[in-house]
Design a binder for this molecule. Structure first.
Ligand code: NDP
Ligand SMILES: O=C1O[C@H](COP(=O)(O)O)[C@@H](O)[C@H](O)[C@H]1O
Length: 491
């Protein structure tokens, strides 16, 4: 059950609030999933009147929400307030405290405060510190803080940040967002595995040949070059989303369906991922590349280094493919391939489980029978696709792959809840299952940091690929070297 609360949204004039958070709140409201006693205090640096802020919220909902504005609108928008404040200026926080108290009084909301930090990472620390100094965290109800990614730039900076935030919030009050964990089919991986007799007994190295996880994007760096050129695909996507999807595929059944039990199992996977330290090993297992100019949907697009605000000599990778091993009993010897990149041919997220071949006997005398493949489709479709072998009715000597597909469209505009809807609701319910615990974040950095260092030392080549392609040839070779291929992303 969502609990009565005030959401204090830092970054209320920013891109994330506009594209994701206001639409998510509106969907929850329309589906009667917000508590009756609920209000939002938006915080931004620029000075805006209440009316202009409410107009901004409205236009964001008109552009990005799943539901059109209807006659319940006035009730929804009457719960939105705006405070202009400079996060660095402690004096500004008295106005914020006053607004929060007034809103709590007027809407009869108990002092439950959800602080959502949709702001640049360098502001996470000052904002928590000043909230405490200003007495805003002396509430009588609960307090929770939602922290957007990136959580640090490497292990060291993440530790420092965690230590600072930990002086103000307890671990169970900290909700570190990884929005992939809010996606329907990422959450469904557990259900596919633990609710199907068909899958769980064969979910191991005896029956699975390899796992492939792809998250491809068509967009380039867009307006985020200042951040991205210092991050790159490894930090931006692998340290969080890709490793999190891996943990969902690989974890052991939890002792209970409770947040800590599930997170404990994910941590064990992260601990078991074989770390790579030597440049030679990293070069064999990790491919990095940067996009060149190319064509997407018949439009010419720029190369990465020609993008606005990107250093023309940038060595930042916009694509990563890697092979990981999980050194535990269930997964020993089974490669987990991941690939992610910008300016690729199609926007898609899929997890592919390729099962082992049967022995070359009976119907597989030639050893040419296609393997069974389970595709967990995360985007643009939600669902699963299973490839099996069947005899062809028209030619009884011929065995050919057939597919069973259960999918529905998950693109915006279709009626499946967005990741942010689930996650905001979870915060209001105090359910941290699909947020990353500190030990998960730290372990993910421990896996990624040595690879980043090797990239930065120039010991791993930076390949290139044409925008609109599926990445560099070297990514194909990474799997071809093991006698495999990347399964093409489904249409
Ligand atoms: N945008 C996205 O798709 C995604 C964003 N994120 C993360 O979300 C966070 C926010 O990103 P995004 O919305 O894109 O960022 P924007 O740059 O669009 O917005 C930044 C927000 O922070 C406010 N702000 C900046 N400096 C101050 C200050 N000194 N005092 C008070 N407010 C300040 C801005 O206010 P004002 O405009 O009034 O100056 C604005 O509301 C980042 O951590 C980002 O990494 C994560 C995943 C995706
Ligand atoms: O966190 C991020 O994710 C997006 C991709 O998210 P998706 O839900 O659209 O798949 C990516 O574009 C961005 O660079 C990264 O910071």
């Amino acid at each position: 059950m969502t609990e009565a609360a005030t959401m204090i949204l830092f970054g209320a004039t920013g891109d994330l609030a506009k594209r994701k958070l206001f639409p998510a709140l509106y969907s929850l409201f329309r589906e009667h999933q917000l508590p009756e006693q609920f209000a939002v205090v938006g915080v931004g640096r620029r000075s805006l009147s209440q009316d202009v802020f409410r107009e901004h919220v409205k236009s964001s909902i008109e552009s990005f929400a799943r539901y059109p504005v209807n006659n319940e609108w006035r009730d929804f928008i009457s719960r939105f307030f705006y405070v202009s404040l400079d996060i660095e200026e402690v004096e500004d926080y008295q106005t914020l405290l006053h607004t929060i108290e007034t809103v709590e009084h007027d809407f009869n909301i108990p002092e439950n405060r959800l602080f959502y930090l949709a702001i640049a990472p360098e502001l996470f620390e000052p904002v928590t510190f000043h909230l405490q100094q200003a007495g805003i965290l002396k509430q009588r109800g609960w307090k929770r803080v939602v922290i957007e990614k990136p959580f640090g730039h490497d292990l060291r900076s993440a530790e420092v940040l965690n230590e600072k935030i930990g002086q103000v919030f307890r671990e169970e009050e900290i909700y570190r967002i990884d929005h992939y964990l809010g996606k329907e089919m990422v959450q469904n991986i557990e259900v596919i595995r633990f609710a199907n007799t068909l899958f769980e007994p064969v979910w191991n190295n005896q029956y699975i040949s390899n796992v492939q996880i792809t998250s491809s994007e068509v967009v380039g760096v867009e307006g985020r070059a200042r951040y991205y050129d210092h991050a790159g695909a490894l930090r931006d996507m692998v340290q969080n989303h890709m490793l999190q999807m891996m943990t969902m595929v690989a974890m052991e059944p939890p002792s209970r369906l409770k947040p800590e039990a599930i997170r404990d199992e994910k941590v064990k996977v992260l601990r078991s991922i074989r770390r790579m330290h030597q440049a030679e090993e990293i070069s064999r297992h990790v491919v990095r590349a940067q996009y060149l100019a190319g064509e997407i949907d018949s439009q010419t697009v720029k190369g990465y280094v020609e993008e606005e605000k990107v250093n023309p000599n940038s060595q930042t990778e916009t694509f990563v493919a890697a092979k990981f091993y999980i050194d535990n009993f269930r997964w020993a010897g089974i490669p987990f391939y991941i690939r992610t990149g910008k300016r690729l041919a199609k926007k898609a997220t899929e997890v592919i489980i390729q099962f082992k071949q049967l022995p070359p006997l009976y119907y597989n005398q030639s050893g040419q029978l296609e393997p069974n493949v389970l595709v967990i489709r995360i985007y643009p479709e939600n669902g699963i696709y299973l490839k099996l072998n069947l005899r062809q009715p028209e030619d009884t000597d011929k065995i050919a792959p057939v597919s069973m597909s259960f999918t529905q469209n998950s693109s915006p505009g279709f009626h499946s809840p967005e990741a942010y809807e689930r996650l905001v609701k979870d915060c209001l319910e105090g359910d941290s299952t699909y947020f990353t615990r500190w030990d998960e974040v730290a372990l993910a950095w421990k896996i990624v940091d040595p690879i980043v260092r090797t990239f930065e030392s120039g010991e791993v080549p930076l390949y290139t690929y044409k925008a609109g392609s599926w990445g560099p040839q070297e990514a194909e070779q990474l799997v071809a070297h093991d006698g495999l291929k990347w399964w093409p992303v489904l249409k």
